[in-house]
Design a protein around this ligand. Structure first.
Ligand code: DGY
Length: 320
């Protein structure tokens, strides 16, 4: 029987599709596998379901080269996988696009509203029993309605974030390497601006680019210095897209109004001091974390694995 190994427990909806067809191994620990363990399971499996924090580098892929047919990454991002090596060895790599678009856009908006309206701080204040009556200047925040939103990376998720801005009457700008056609721009509720311009005019900047050599530290000291003092940054993409140490300094010195982060440069570690700032909202990489979406993702990886193991090209092969 062919063997499918899953590096961390995923929703049953996916496992159910594989049950009976294959020998299934699921990491029994509530802990990521080590590199050595990944190499071991790569060697003895026909298919792997991997998490975005699993480093599927050339060593792991080499270990699996005689048997492994597919690595199905349980995420839309696949910066944890050495794609070139996988291609070279003829191992399919798939991801989970589309199904998590709206869920991740919802989180970007939840974070934007939370940091603008100081939801986390005021929740803590209320729980601590400090609420002793309505006051005219208690927890004053910043409006979102009618402001300017800059979206960096205008793929499916960036565009879903832009659609939600219609209800908030926001002026929306986007930046990405490839400009959309004028027809696509009209339909998307956003106008193109070069990156520097977008950073200068935005009240809120939301990131939606994949992590690549090109986007690493895309917001470095120079770019972060272009932001208005009143601007907020929202990152639900990948941590290393921002120089987190510089971001921390700018938030601490109030050179930027605030940030809401779901991803970190050295995940799961945070830049020292970041969690002590009251102008940040921090969540633990939960962009796609709804019951519905995580189940759909589980079914998607399972279906891609079935296709690959039954001799077909998997639907979500990333290099098509
Ligand atoms: C992904 O799937 O790449 C997201 O980061 C999950 O939240």
């Amino acid at each position: 029987m062919k063997k499918v190994s899953i590096t961390y427990k995923i929703p049953e909806a996916g496992i159910d599709l594989l049950k009976g067809k294959y020998d299934i191994w699921v990491n029994p620990k509530d802990k990521l596998l080590t590199k050595e363990e990944l190499k071991e399971i790569a060697k003895e499996s026909d298919a792997l379901i991997t998490m975005l924090a699993d480093p599927i580098d050339s060593e792991v892929l080499e270990a699996g080269k005689d048997r492994l047919k597919i690595v199905a990454n349980y995420a839309v991002g696949y910066n944890n996988i050495d794609i070139q090596k996988a291609k070279e060895l003829g191992i399919y790599v798939t991801n989970t696009p589309d199904v998590l678009t709206e869920t991740t856009a919802d989180l970007a908006w939840a974070l934007m509203l939370a940091v603008a309206r100081r939801i986390v701080e005021s929740d803590a204040f209320t729980r601590e029993g400090k609420f002793d009556g309505w006051k005219p200047e208690l927890f004053l925040g910043t409006d979102v309605y009618g402001k300017t939103l800059g979206i960096i990376g205008f793929g499916n998720i960036g565009q879903a974030v832009a659609r939600r801005a219609i209800g908030f009457n926001m002026k929306v700008y986007y930046y990405q390497r490839h400009r959309l056609s004028s027809e696509e721009e009209r339909a998307s509720n956003a106008a193109y601006l070069p990156l520097d311009e977008l950073l200068k005019v935005s009240d809120y900047v939301s990131l939606h680019v994949p992590l690549t050599d090109e986007t690493y530290h895309m917001l470095d000291r120079e770019k972060l210095s272009l932001l208005k003092k009143s601007a907020f940054i929202i990152n639900t993409a990948r941590g290393p897209v921002i120089d987190e140490q510089v971001l921390y300094e700018k938030l601490k010195n109030k050179e930027i109004a605030g940030a809401a982060l779901d991803v970190y440069e050295n995940e799961p570690q945070l830049t020292p001091g970041l969690k002590d700032l009251d102008n940040v909202v921090l969540t633990p990489h939960i962009g796609s974390a709804s019951h519905e979406t995580r189940s759909r993702m589980a079914q998607m990886v399972a279906k891609d694995i079935i296709q690959a193991l039954e001799g077909e090209t998997p639907e979500h092969l990333i290099w098509r």
